[in-house]
Design a binder for this molecule. Structure first.
Ligand SMILES: NC(=O)c1ccc[n+]([C@@H]2O[C@H](COP(=O)([O-])OP(=O)(O)OC[C@H]3O[C@@H](n4cnc5c(N)ncnc54)[C@H](O)[C@@H]3O)[C@@H](O)[C@H]2O)c1
Length: 374
């Protein structure tokens, strides 16, 4: 996988205690990497980071990316081959409650990462993760391309657009002139999968409610989202790292979208019904009730789709799972967590098995990151 380039490499992941960071850590451990984490806290209880007992498998630093000295010290101590920057305040609703913290973390924190990366004076690669929300949503029905206008109405979206502008400025001003450095930015949308417990996200809400035999309450049954399994964009981030490492200079400074096939854009209700069916197929005694409670004045932003032709063309990247298998991976993981693995020790093995299954499905489809070329 990934031409084996991650074996024995030193990798810093910011935001490693979060949902995506913990999946990325697990996959990198499987690929033989030495992982160094930097996060300010463990953002949820329970958390994937703890369920996988990752603290005993990596070197973790609790620190705030808003503090430049913390970031710079870790980068210069570790001398990483790769940095995956994921740390962020990632919740749109929290960005309304605390816009200052959102901008400080997502823009200034990201600038600190870029500056500390810039100061490394040996070969290193940066994969800078933002979001599909970095695009100005002008209510197009077609997919947004990497060249489309950045922007954002809410503080979270604007902060991600701000992070992208900082990336572009650092690339053109510094990184582009440094032969040791390579950097790319990656923009993915909503992800689902086992081990997410973030507030106000539909899958965690359903899994927590149903595992307590309660109904899940939803406000926007008709809202359509581009659902993809968390391993899909992560395979894109790892593919980017691989190609940068293999000195694919044409990618340097570029941005890439990672989203699902358009037929995976489903409503919240469709998603929940499928998730409920899968949950019941694990045990038909389980409750999967859905309570719809739509406020009269609810305003829903239209679906923002990503055009992923660039990733297909330059990276040979495409999604691996269809909607059904995305849901199956997700429900099966939570079922193991809540019903089978009593002491939770087994969640690391269960997660590794899902990654192996994902890899084998990708291999069947001849997706290029599965190849190991001499
Ligand atoms: N989950 C999604 O659906 C989704 C969609 C699009 C983009 N993203 C982006 O992917 C990245 C990871 O998202 P996630 O869902 O795993 O988030 P998460 O909330 O699960 O994890 C966030 C991580 O960032 C860390 N963090 C937050 N503030 C920090 C600070 N000031 N200093 C150091 N660490 C800090 C947390 O400790 C945690 O490790 C974020 O950049 C997010 O914006 C996520």
């Amino acid at each position: 996988m990934f031409n084996n380039i991650y074996n024995n490499k030193k990798i810093i992941i910011t935001g490693n205690t979060g949902f995506k960071g913990a999946w990325l850590t697990t996959w990198l451990l499987k690929l033989g990497a030495n992982v160094y984490g930097l996060s300010k806290d463990i953002p949820t209880k329970p958390s994937l980071y703890e369920a996988l007992k990752l603290d005993s498998k990596i070197q973790h630093t609790f620190g705030d990316i808003r503090d430049y000295e913390v970031v710079n010290k870790l980068f210069s101590d570790v001398k990483p081959d790769f940095i995956f920057h994921l740390a962020a305040q990632p919740i749109v609703s929290s960005s309304f409650d605390d816009p200052i913290e959102t901008f400080e973390t997502n823009v200034i924190g990201s600038v600190n990462v870029l500056q500390a990366f810039k100061k490394l004076n040996y070969r290193s690669n940066l994969i800078f993760i933002t979001s599909d929300k970095c695009y100005e949503n002008v209510e197009w029905t077609f997919g947004y391309r990497e060249i489309d206008r950045l922007g954002g109405k809410d503080p979270y979206s604007a902060s991600k657009a701000g992070a992208e502008l900082a990336f572009s400025s650092f690339f053109r001003s510094f990184i582009n002139h440094d032969k040791n450095k390579k950097a790319v930015s990656a923009r993915a949308g909503n992800v689902i999968g086992g081990g997410d417990w973030a507030l106000n996200r539909i899958v965690p809400d359903a899994m927590v409610s149903w595992s307590n035999a309660k109904s899940v309450e939803i406000r926007s049954p008709k809202a359509t989202r581009p659902w993809q399994h968390v391993l899909e964009p992560i395979s894109g981030y790892l593919r980017l790292g691989q190609l940068l490492y293999q000195k694919n200079n044409s990618l340097n400074g570029e941005s890439f979208n990672f989203g699902p096939a358009y037929d995976q854009n489903k409503t919240v209700l469709e998603l929940l019904k499928k998730l409920g069916d899968q949950w019941k197929s694990c045990n038909n005694q389980l409750k999967t009730d859905i309570l719809i409670n739509t406020p009269k004045d609810l305003l829903e932003a239209n679906l923002l789709k990503l055009n992923c032709d660039k990733a297909l063309h330059y990276l040979n990247w495409k999604p691996v799972l269809n909607f059904e298998t995305t849901i199956k991976f997700t429900a099966d993981w939570y079922y193991e967590y809540y019903h089978n693995v009593k002491n939770k020790e087994g969640m690391f093995n269960c997660t590794i098995k899902q990654i192996e299954l994902f890899e084998s499905k990708a291999k069947e489809q001849l997706i290029s990151w599965t190849e190991n070329k001499k």
